[in-house]
Design a protein around this ligand. Sequence first.
Ligand SMILES: Cc1cc2nc3c(=O)[nH]c(=O)nc-3n(C[C@H](O)[C@H](O)[C@H](O)COP(=O)(O)OP(=O)(O)OC[C@H]3O[C@@H](n4cnc5c(N)ncnc54)[C@H](O)[C@@H]3O)c2cc1C
Length: 351
Amino acid sequence: MQVQYLIIGQGIAGTLLSYAFWKQGRSFLVIDEPPPTPAASVVAGAVINPVNVNRWTMVTGQQQYIPAALETYRSMEETLGFSLIEALPLLVFHKDETMQQLFSAQQLVYPQYIQHPAPGEIKLARQFFSSSYIGKVEPVWKLHATKLLSGWSDFLKHKGWLIRERFDLSACTISPQMICYQDIQSESVIFCEGAAAAYNPLFKHLPFTKNRGDALLLSIPGLPAQYIYHSGTRLVPVANELFWCGGNYRWQFADLLPDQDWRMQTESALRQWLRLPFKVADHLVAERPTTAGQQFFTGIHPALSSVAIFNGLGTKGFFCGPALAIDLSRELAQPGSLPGKGTISLQRWLK
Ligand SMILES: Cc1cc2nc3c(=O)[nH]c(=O)nc-3n(C[C@H](O)[C@H](O)[C@H](O)COP(=O)(O)OP(=O)(O)OC[C@H]3O[C@@H](n4cnc5c(N)ncnc54)[C@H](O)[C@@H]3O)c2cc1C
């Protein structure tokens, strides 16, 4: 079989890149083996929030990332025929009056996103939560991540463009003109492997770092699902009475077992904040694909023109992924068009 591109991995990176190729009418195959523990894209809260609510500042590059994300996810909704993205207000519970003052000041600077809650929202917040200082970010978007990934996976399977197995680099022949793998020949291979890229010998000089995150799935009967709630921890509605709760950042770890200390602390903080009883339905853990300086690694390998990478999405794969996937698809069609687009030059590390 001959295709233009072979994509390794179908987390959000591989999904968005293959979608960009499909929209541009290019031929590709995706090889993905679901990992033994859920991938970062499955564990993510999958929220697109333009505001750093701990400092009340705007997220760098949000003007570029948000339009691309909205356009891509809405286009995917049309392609797949079901809803994937939802705009929800985020109610933020401040820790103290200083944060409330900062919120009030920034609300004047960015009124399009940072807002005072309406009286009905303040009433709702007081009914269900014990903290008193409240601010609002609107709009914030929530993605139905599992639906998105499984919907695109079904689409690819139906077309015969998805192989569900582990890609074995040692069985692949790479030349500047061609990639040969099993009976597949392609012009390029693009690695969208998430945290596994740190062990890929082709990218061993890239400065990956290790970071893991835990999240709880909570059943909270009675809590209105038309808001996301944030107070140190975040509650994101995912399904009937079910809320995603997370997440933490751990830089030192030996395994991906659930962090019981974090769970106990989170449950205890929730009992103080939330006025409703809750039950833990699941405890998820995943490794984020993170890099030193939180740089994105997107581009063509400087020493191997038929090899590319789409990685380093860190804490913002759903947020920044769509714009980066479009940039990378353009770079692959016309090498040299990426610099200045928020990606780092791979040359520094891989030459
Ligand atoms: C707790 C938590 C909360 C988060 N919240 C948000 C959020 O609110 N908003 C946001 O934008 N981001 C969030 N993120 C970050 C986001 O999840 C990541 O940036 C993103 O999922 C990374 O996607 P990826 O496709 O690069 O990697 P992954 O999701 O890890 O996918 C990689 C895929 O490649 C496959 N693969 C790897 N090697 C091979 C191989 N050799 N052969 C075949 N398949 C292979 C893996 O099995 C996997 O399916 C969160 C992350 C965590 C952990």
